[in-house]
Design a protein around this ligand. Structure first.
Ligand code: NG1
Ligand code: ZN
Length: 532
């Protein structure tokens, strides 16, 4: 039964701030850390209910605000297979977070139990972890109080990257089954990746070292832990922006989001021409690569470039292994993918476009035998369907070269974190491919040239008035706006533009692409004026 008194008295220690409403969005709850204590407590309760609803399977809780400034924090729930919380439960997260008093919280818990058919007799199990933000310590305590109020079995994963937490959830729920994903410890995660990477890298001619900007976040200690396991001789890496103890440094003038949006190197990182660089974001679930040419011009290798590199490599392995009749590769993008990448990919593979948000990409990728998905901002991974996994494990190769390709394909399956985008795993994937191809970053970049593009934010009175269709590429509302955008686009050589409400900020975003830098900027400004 429900211990209402336990919830009520614990809730009294985590009062809800007035004049704030919370919404569980595409990235969970995210706000200034000072406002989040009650929300964390309530997320603990929700995770316990979710676990009970799913027959006591382990649910994950990650306390992080990713690339947001250091003073922010946030929280996301992870479902049993290691994927994002099912969207049907987001409304319950929002309801609980907004209950105005201890009593109404109890009533809301009752309401969620009723609506979802939770069996209270089932013991809940939850694993939780956090990033390097100073606010995590007390916010995690609030989570624990929420878990305790429902007498939950707890696993404290401590300081972890977001993808490590997703990995742990999947491992805990598959342990001892034929779908076992790995040993449910962070060490098990390192060993799984290290073994796979060693298989793929051994005997290859080493490339010059990769410099990794860790955004002064959790990726720094975790990358170093991994390097101890894999050893430096197969993976020469120089970690920079790796300070997690100095206040205000997290994500500041560095990290994947800074590099992608500013289109420049982290501040004070001097790029040596033609060398490889990568940036993680604050919770190490995103990565972008870049380099400078001989003139010092910055070149970004973003999620679109990664998708192209990865899809091409996997297709080659599948073909060389003799599996190209039974295993088909597909790519999933959003409307923010550069048009040049879409054009390039479409010549070789099926490409699907879906609305923004990892859950949409992940879901669409599941419909391919091998689904490669990346957001332009560097968040993505590769999914192998269950049937494809058994095909790959059962296949007997017909030649020594087919056999080599098959072992590489099998190692690749283990190298890739299939639960969610993972900066460390994606870094290893890219490094593996460059090693096999013996490519410099410039050779990788040669596949196609990005069309000039511009992304701008427009503040509007009410962004809910903006309703999109066709994977967010068209505006159905406000009426007439799409026609005006179409007119503007038609006047510009190579023009493409779309408008959608942000899911994480109170604004609408305007994206524009065109044949030249100037016309792309101009088109973005014109469309911004149309929606304003
Ligand atoms: P919104 O704010 O809905 O555009 C942003 C990113 C997404 C995704 C989410 C989750 C862009 C244009 N949008 O979404 O790709 O990463 O945040 O963090 O980059
Ligand atoms: Zn992130």
């Amino acid at each position: 039964s429900l211990n209402e008194q336990a919830i009520r008295s614990a809730s009294a220690n985590h009062p809800r701030p007035h004049n704030t409403t919370f919404a569980y969005g595409t990235a969970g709850f995210r706000a200034n850390a000072d406002t989040l204590d009650s929300t964390m407590f309530r997320v603990g309760i929700l995770a316990a209910l979710r676990s009970k609803k799913l027959a006591g399977q382990t649910i994950g809780i990650m306390v992080t605000a990713s690339h947001n400034p250091e003073q922010d924090n946030g929280v996301k729930l992870v479902d049993p297979h290691g994927e994002m919380l099912h969207s049907s439960w987001e409304q319950y997260a929002t309801l609980l977070a907004n209950a105005v008093s201890d009593d109404s919280l109890v009533a809301t818990v009752r309401q969620v139990i009723q609506a979802t058919g939770v069996d209270l007799a089932v013991k809940a199990k939850v694993v939780f972890g956090h990033d390097t933000r100073p606010s995590c310590r007390s916010l995690v305590r609030a989570v624990v109080d929420g878990l305790a109020a429902l007498d939950t079995d707890q696993v404290n994963a401590g300081l972890v990257t977001t993808p490590q937490l997703h990995y742990l959830v999947r491992c805990l729920n598959t342990e001892g089954t034929p779908e076992a994903y790995g040993e449910p410890t962070v060490d098990g995660y390192y060993r799984k990746l290290a073994t796979a990477y060693s298989t793929l890298a051994t005997g290859r001619h080493l490339l010059p070292a990769l410099t990794v900007d860790c955004a002064n976040g959790v990726g720094a200690p975790k990358l170093k832990e991994f390097l101890k396991v894999v050893g430096n001789d197969l993976l020469p890496i120089i970690a920079v922006r790796d300070s997690t103890t100095q206040a205000g440094h997290l994500n500041f003038d560095c990290g994947a989001d800074y590099v992608k949006t500013q289109q420049r190197a982290p501040r004070n990182v001097e790029l040596v021409p033609w060398q490889r660089y990568a940036s993680f974001d604050g919770d190490a679930d995103r990565i972008v690569f870049y380099y400078a040419d001989a003139d010092g011009v910055f070149h970004l290798l973003d999620g679109d470039k990664i998708a192209g590199l990865v899809a091409g490599f996997i297709m080659d392995l599948v073909k060389d292994a003799g599996l190209d009749d039974s295993v088909k590769v597909g790519v999933v993008q959003t409307a923010y993918a550069n048009g040049a990448s879409t054009k390039y990919l479409t010549e070789g593979v099926p490409v699907t476009c879906v609305p923004t948000g990892v859950k949409h990409l992940h879901h669409a990728a599941e419909s391919y035998d091998v689904g490669v998905y990346f957001e332009a901002n560097g968040h993505g991974t590769v999914l192998f369907s269950p049937l494809t996994l058994s095909t790959i494990s059962a296949h007997s190769p017909s030649s020594p070269s087919a056999s080599a390709a098959l072992s590489n394909l099998r190692a690749l399956v283990d190298l890739i974190n299939q639960t969610v985008g993972d900066a460390i795993s994606d870094m290893l994937l890219v490094e593996t491919i460059l090693l096999h191809r013996q490519w410099s970053p410039a050779q990788w970049d040669r596949a196609y040239s990005d069309y000039p593009n511009r992304l701008v934010k427009v503040l509007v009175a009410d962004r809910t008035q903006f309703v999109t269709s066709d994977a967010e590429r068209r505006l159905d509302k406000p009426e007439g706006v799409q026609a005006a955008i179409d007119d503007a686009v038609a006047k510009v050589d190579g023009g493409r533009s779309f408008v959608r409400p942000s899911g994480t900020e109170d604004c609408v975003r305007v994206y524009a692409e065109a044949a030249t830098r100037d016309t792309a900027d101009e088109l973005a400004n014109t469309v911004a004026r149309i929606v304003h």
